[in-house]
Design a protein around this ligand. Structure first.
Ligand SMILES: [Ca+2]
Ligand SMILES: [Ca+2]
Ligand SMILES: [Ca+2]
Ligand SMILES: [Zn+2]
Length: 607
């Protein structure tokens, strides 16, 4: 024996290393090692009864033993959580508002490893969280008597005790129904009963199971193990905050970590709404979020599907979906369109200030249907002549540049407006037709889709809402003289598209908007089918790709969202959504690494 440890636990004057009963409980060290109790602890199960026959000196209120159960109770309570089919869901069950689970308990004698009966009533007690609201975006617990997240009753949330009576007959099992009123709370179900030897038995079960106590259930952490979550390690992502409080989202080629939602908030999830045509909520649905994907909430205001809707002619629905997935979705950003959801709408507080649901930030795209101005206030809603027969409407949308704290709060409107589409300009692309169909030209009737040269069409500019001035116009083919509505401001090579060409097709007879006064060919719709070509062609025989008005608007929305997310300026990659020119809308499905690297999503209520 190497007598180098001369501390003396049992105060018998013999150093531990030389003491054959280190803890002085009357059992030799060798006996304790064989029996399973601790040689250096006189009370292995901490029940204040000495393991051995002696009460050692200097060890506090321990009474002499021997302790009949020195390793703890002979009895153990076993819990099983079962779903409505009776299947064991102890390790997999996750709470939802309105779901329930049956907690069943049995008593086991650990000496024989067999189940035995309880020797008395089984008392259930519930310890429950009471988080505000029921999901991450929920304000409060509306109209309910208690904010308990769990109850033993399906309706009354304050029932936290239940008794299963033995009633004279032995109880082999006892069970209680646990009802959840939240998507993220936690319940401890504790039972007390009696064992055959008259001792009290206790046990508890935490639901949902959370082995590492980081507020993220085992089942959810296992679902996201590929993202690095470890159900038995509260610091899967390093020291500091535990997993529940960390915000770890990354996105492809974006080194900015996090989307402003902690992992617990992502787990607890969001309640979305279904609405009818009057914008009344007809139902809700809940989604847990992906902790590895940044979550972006977008809403369109003043579109045909907004709440309230804009019902003016030709106003289109707010959409962000394109065939094959838009650029954000492809980059690993989860985009949630909350356009028709009133609780994500223009909520007002008691002072009339606009508020958003808690914990999330909404990127708002507003459809401007009244003017062609940009955010900066100057009007450039006219056609720009780039080169021979190469034209562009200069502004279809505009956006503030997001800064990571918010997408933008507009102090002038008092709203959280971020980006805009310009309806009149968008419609100019499709419906304004300053060019004529050469197939009707008596000099060249066979060549369909040839556009007139610039000097034969409008070269004067009329500001939106101003004018008109009546000017004579001679048709170069027929010699007929008509009058035109124009102002006298001459800007060569700039078309505003309001020039009403006459003589080839009948004027519009039903609904005529500013942008639909013309009825010959548009520079962007060479075959006159209501779909715009991109890239533009000056010959209908050369069309490669065409887009509907809705697609045109959607591509514009997606581009402007990029700016609101922090993409400052444009990229030099013609395949990228954020390229300077909208010469090819296929790129709405792709963001360059440069653009992606600037995206900032941070879910905070604003301003
Ligand atoms: Ca956990
Ligand atoms: Ca997050
Ligand atoms: Ca996320
Ligand atoms: Zn841009």
């Amino acid at each position: 024996m190497i007598a180098n440890d001369q501390s003396d636990i049992d105060s018998d004057g013999i150093g531990n290393a030389c003491d054959d009963d280190i803890d002085g409980d009357g059992y030799l060290n060798s006996y304790e090692l064989t029996y399973g109790t601790l040689p250096a602890d006189p009370d292995t199960d901490n029940d204040f009864v000495s393991d051995g026959p002696r009460d050692p000196d200097g060890t506090g209120p321990i009474v002499a033993g021997p302790d009949p159960t020195p390793l703890g109770s002979f009895y153990k309570v076993e819990f099983t959580a079962k779903d409505s089919t009776g299947a064991d869901v102890t390790g997999t069950w996750l709470p939802e508002d309105g779901n329930s689970v049956t907690v069943e308990v049995r008593l086991k004698d650990i000496r024989t490893n067999s189940y035995i009966n309880f020797s008395g009533n089984v008392l259930f007690a519930l310890i429950t969280t009471s988080l505000p609201g029921i999901a991450t975006n929920d304000t409060d617990d509306p109209g309910l008597p208690s904010t308990n997240d769990y109850s033993f009753n399906a309706i009354n949330r304050s029932v936290t005790a239940a008794t299963v009576y033995a009633g004279g007959s032995p109880l082999s099992t006892a069970s209680v129904n646990l009802y959840s009123f939240d998507y993220g709370g936690q319940a401890v179900v504790r039972i007390t009963s009696a064992a055959p030897d008259g001792t009290s038995v206790q046990g508890d079960l935490t639901l949902p199971l959370d082995s590492d106590r980081d507020s993220l259930p085992d089942a959810w952490e296992k679902q996201h193990s590929a993202d690095g979550f470890q159900f038995d390690n509260p610091f899967s992502f390093g020291s500091g905050l535990d997993d529940g409080l960390k915000d770890i989202d990354t996105t492809q080629s974006n080194t900015l970590i996090g989307d402003g939602l902690s992992n617990f908030k992502e787990y607890r999830g969001i309640i979305f709404e279904n609405t009818d045509s009057n914008c009344n909520v007809t139902g809700t649905y809940h989604q847990r979020l992906n902790p590895e994907h940044k979550d972006l909430f977008v809403r369109g205001d003043n579109y045909a599907n907004s709440c309230p809707p804009n019902t003016a002619p030709d106003v289109l629905e707010f959409r962000t979906d394109i065939t094959g997935g838009n650029a954000y979705e492809k980059a690993g950003i989860d985009m949630h369109d909350v356009t028709r959801m009133p609780s994500f709408g223009k909520l007002l507080d008691s002072q009339g200030n606009i508020v958003e649901p808690p914990n999330i930030d909404i990127l708002i795209v507003t459809n401007n249907t009244t003017d062609t101005s940009t955010l900066m206030g100057y009007s450039n809603g006219y056609i720009v002549h780039l080169a021979s027969r190469l034209w562009a409407w200069s502004t279809k949308g505009a956006s503030y540049i997001g800064n990571g704290m918010h997408y933008h709060f507009n102090p002038y409107s008092g709203k959280s407006e971020s980006a805009y589409t310009y309806h009149l300009n968008l419609m100019h692309y499709v419906y304004n037709r300053p060019y004529r169909d050469e197939s009707l030209n008596p000099l060249n009737p066979s060549y369909v889709g040839l556009l007139d040269p610039i000097d034969l069409v409008e070269d004067k500019r009329r500001e939106n809402g101003k004018g008109p001035e009546i000017l004579p116009y001679m048709n170069p083919y027929t010699g007929a003289v008509t009058t035109l509505s124009e102002d006298s401001l001459i800007v060569n090579d700039v078309l505003d598209g309001d020039h009403m060409m006459t003589g080839w097709k009948p004027a519009c007879t039903s609904v005529c908007n500013d942008y639909s006064v013309g009825y010959d060919f548009s520079v962007f719709d060479a075959d006159g089918d209501g779909h715009v070509e991109n890239p533009p062609v000056d010959d209908a025989l050369l069309i490669s790709k065409e887009y509907t008005p809705l697609e045109l608007q959607t591509f514009t929305i997606l581009h402007e969202i990029g700016h609101a997310l922090g993409i400052n300026g444009h990229t030099s990659d013609p395949k990228c959504l954020m390229y300077t020119y909208s010469n090819n809308w296929d790129r709405a499905g792709f963001l360059s690494d440069f653009a992606l690297g600037q995206i900032m999503i941070n879910n905070k209520s604003e301003p």
